[in-house]
Design a binder for this molecule. Structure first.
Ligand code: TXA
Ligand code: MG
Length: 320
């Protein structure tokens, strides 16, 4: 663990301006950021995460006015969504500007872009004027980091600096939508709920899963966001005898008894509190001396959709 952990925005800016990598706090999860317009820096991001090059990165901007730096032919609807949800956990996929390196977009002619909502990262983006390419700051396929210490444990050896902005407020990654002439298509559920999107743009289309050779959003790969221990999704909790080996993630009150470890998430109508603690709880369970994890799916309302998406991928068999 050699990365410097600090809340010093000027230090983070200096590293980024020299082409280095900084883990940045956002309202969703920590990102592993580098200057989006320096291909050699972007290549280091992929290497640090052991991320396959077919999985493109999100570009982070200080504000919506900067959108034309990376995207073109921006539909009115995209501007409307930007006004409504930026800064915030919405990523829009739009036609890309020519100057955006192909490495950032994995050769696609679209770019994913968002304006994050965290005071330190906003300061950093404003002061540096940089567009920051940043995937989540975790090894590819593993649980996303929502604390600076998660980043330090997972990637501390491979990056230069961790900008510590405390726990991530939203706790799940941004919602990704494609915005084009046919309207808004959901590519990944996340911190902005479908209900919130629909209140602005009427209807939201969804993709039939598993249809794509090169995934439109490889966060859609079956196995992703996964703990090291096997996670099983259940409808009923296992027998008391089995529980003594297992860790349990639940929002039931009172929590089921007899598990070796148990994490209880708060239950509210839109599952906002559960999202805020979701990855922290999974990290703790994964580190407990359990043989495996069990969880039940959430009701598919509000952020429950995003949490279930992450749970299903975390439970999916890992590819060889
Ligand atoms: O909340 C978030 O979105 C966090 C923070 C750091 O901003 N970032 C994040 O990045 O979750 P990452 O790399 O873990 O997930 C980004 C997803 C990937 O599944 C990628 O395939 C998709 O965005 N993506 C990127 N560019 C795309 C594009 N042009 N078209 C479709 N999907 C794209
Ligand atoms: Mg990720």
């Amino acid at each position: 663990m050699s990365a410097r952990i600090t809340a010093d925005v000027a230090a983070a800016r200096a590293v980024l301006e020299a082409g280095g990598l900084v883990a940045i706090p956002t309202e969703t999860v920590y990102g592993l950021a580098g200057d989006a317009f320096r291909p050699e820096t972007v290549a280091r991001i992929f290497a640090a995460k052991a991320r396959p090059h077919f999985d493109p990165l999100i570009v982070h901007l200080a504000d919506a006015q900067q959108l034309p730096r990376v995207a073109r032919d921006i539909p009115d609807l995209a501007w409307r969504l930007a006004r409504e949800f930026w800064p915030g956990p919405l990523t829009m996929v739009l036609p890309k500007q020519e100057g955006v390196p192909d490495l950032v977009t994995s050769g696609l002619d679209t770019v994913a872009v968002r304006v994050p909502d965290h005071p330190l990262t906003t300061q950093l983006l404003r002061a540096s004027g940089l567009a920051l390419a940043a995937p989540s700051a975790n090894p590819f396929g593993y649980l996303s980091p929502t604390l600076a210490s998660h980043v330090a444990e997972q990637l501390g050896d491979t990056i230069d600096l961790i900008l510590d902005g405390g726990p991530c407020r939203v706790g799940v990654e941004s919602t990704i939508v494609r915005v084009d002439a046919s309207g808004v298509t959901l590519l990944r559920p996340g911190g902005i709920s479908v209900e919130q999107l629909e209140s602005v743009c009427g209807s939201v289309q969804t993709l039939a899963p598993g249809r794509h050779q090169q995934p439109i959003a490889p966060g859609l790969l079956p196995s992703h966001y996964a703990p090291r221990k096997p996670l099983q999704l259940v409808e009923d909790w296992p027998s008391l005898a089995e529980r003594s080996q297992l860790g349990c993630l639940t929002c039931e009150q009172p929590a089921p008894t007899g598990f070796l470890a148990c994490e209880t998430l708060p239950a509210d109508e839109h599952w906002v509190g559960a999202a805020a603690h979701f990855f922290q709880a999974l990290h703790r369970l994964d580190q407990a001396p359990v043989a495996g994890l069990v969880a039940k799916l959430f009701p598919e309302q509000g952020l429950g959709l995003a949490l279930n998406d992450r749970l299903r991928r975390a439970a999916a068999p890992k590819e060889p």
